[in-house]
Structure formats: C-alpha cells, structure tokens
Design a protein around this ligand. Structure first.
Ligand SMILES: Nc1ncnc2c1ncn2[C@@H]1O[C@H](COP(=O)(O)OP(=O)(O)O)[C@@H](O)[C@H]1O
Ligand SMILES: [Mg+2]
Length: 238
C-alpha cells in the first residue's frame, strides 16, 4: 500500500478571496506506517485527508494510491476506493438506534456483505478493541472512549489498507486519548495498515513514526523528522 501526494495543491474560492488550503504538498504513507499531519486549526489537515480520500481533487499535483491517480477514477471506482479505506473522525457518526455491533458492521452491511458475515467480522474487531461485552449496547450507553473504540472497530472491519483519522481524540481527555491512539497505532503496525493521522495535539503526533508539520497549507521542515516526544511504552497499551 502506498499513498503518494506529489506537489498537491487545493484552493477554495471564499467570498471573493482565494484560500490556499493546500500548497505544494508532497508526502508518502506506506504499509504499517503511522504518519501524523500536525498543524493548528486551518492549516489544511482536513483538506489533505479529503484529497487522500478522493473526495476532493487537487488543482495541481497528483494524489495516487498504489500508483493510481485518484482523480481519474470513475464515480463507481471512487466509491469502491473510499469503501476500501478506514475512517476515524472527530465526530463519531455512530447510529444512535443501532447496537455497538451493528455500528461496527455498518460499513460492511452498506458494502453488501451478508448480515451474518458482516456481524461476525465486526465482532472480531469489537473484541480487538476490548468491547466484546458491550456489543449489544447502543452508543448512548457507551462512554466517549468506548464510542471511539466502536468507530475504530468499524474502520478496521473489512481490512482497509489505509486509515484516515481526523482529530480522532479531540473529544477525549488526555488519558483516553492516549489509550485510543495507542490502540489505533498498535493495530496499524500489527496489521501493516497505513495510518494518516491529522491532529493539532503534540501528544497525539508523538504516536507517529513520522510527523509532517503543516502550516498554512504547506509542509514545513522539522529538524530531525521525528516526533517531538515519544510516548512511554506503557501509554501505548489500553
Ligand atoms: N469548502 C471550503 N470552502 C472554502 N474554504 C475552505 C473550505 N474547506 C476548507 N477551507 C479553508 O481551507 C483552510 C484549511 O482548512 P482545513 O483543511 O479544514 O484545515 P484544518 O483541518 O487543519 O483545520 C482554512 O482556511 C479553511 O477555512
Ligand atoms: Mg480539520
């Protein structure tokens, strides 16, 4: 798996002005690699994830997944590509009326899997994130951290090669953020899934193998290309 952006740019017209959301960004995410997109609000993180998801097309440069230019995909191929990804966003987007298991299985059900198989696959992931005993609970009966674990199970069900995470721990306190990021990065490494993690939190960025500093849509050099800090091994467990 390789996600590759080369000289990508994305501008928006906004009230007669041009917003340079992404300017000349080149980066690569490989299998099992955890890459943080680190920058303040408005630096272009979400726009870059949308380019990676193929929901936005670059004005200049290229965005490729396994050598395929995403803007050249047909609508059906683009949908299939997005279904092949895992998404972990700040807002959970869980269905209030569905159990944790049904939520975890949702992506597979939408992709047309037989319900039995979809739930079986989702149950394996619920167990992996430590929620097997909560499978029947609706989101309202789960804590914020548990809800985010359901989202992670949903993202992993169907075995994506790439996970796009947008501020996945913005709603959580420090301790729960660390637990969730530890789990997510551990699974990515263990399953050789690429993880592109957008965050404004230095503590979250520290979980990455590589940190890309984004400012005003541009990558800025980081002296040693390593996270500012390394989370102690104990913090990576959940
Ligand atoms: N659809 C849009 N129309 C106009 N401006 C946008 C749109 N999406 C994003 N922007 C602008 O692009 C810049 C980057 O936004 P965004 O990618 O959301 O940054 P971040 O996720 O880092 O907060 C911001 O200035 C934002 O206002
Ligand atoms: Mg954002």
């Amino acid at each position: 798996m390789t996600l590759e952006l080369v000289g990508a740019a994305k501008r928006f017209a906004s009230g007669g002005e041009t917003v340079r959301a992404i300017e000349d960004v080149s980066l690569t995410v490989g299998a099992g690699e955890v890459v943080a997109l680190y920058g303040p609000s408005g630096s272009g993180k979400t726009t870059l994830l949308e380019l990676a998801a193929g929901t936005l097309h670059p004005d200049r440069g290229t965005v490729r997944f396994d050598g395929v230019d995403l803007p050249t995909l047909s609508p059906a191929e683009a949908t299939a590509y997005r279904r092949s990804l895992g998404f972990v966003f700040q807002r959970f987007h869980l269905h209030a009326g569905a159990s944790a298991l049904d939520n975890a299985a949702m992506k597979l059900l939408l992709a047309g899997w037989p319900p039995g198989r979809a739930k079986q696959a989702a149950a394996v992931w619920l167990k992996r994130v430590g929620l097997e005993r909560r499978a029947r609970h609706p989101p309202s009966k789960l804590s914020m951290g548990e809800q985010q674990r359901v989202v992670i199970a949903r993202a992993l069900a169907g075995e994506p090669k790439l996970i796009l995470a947008d501020e996945p721990t913005a709603s959580l306190d420090t301790e729960r953020s660390r637990a969730i990021l530890g789990l997510l990065t551990e699974i990515a490494r263990e399953r050789s899934v690429g993880l592109l993690l957008a965050t404004h939190d230095p503590d979250a960025a520290a979980f990455a193998d590589r940190v890309c500093d984004l400012r005003d849509g541009r990558l800025v050099a980081r002296p040693d290309h390593r996270p500012t800090a390394t989370a102690p091994a104990g913090d990576r467990r959940t």
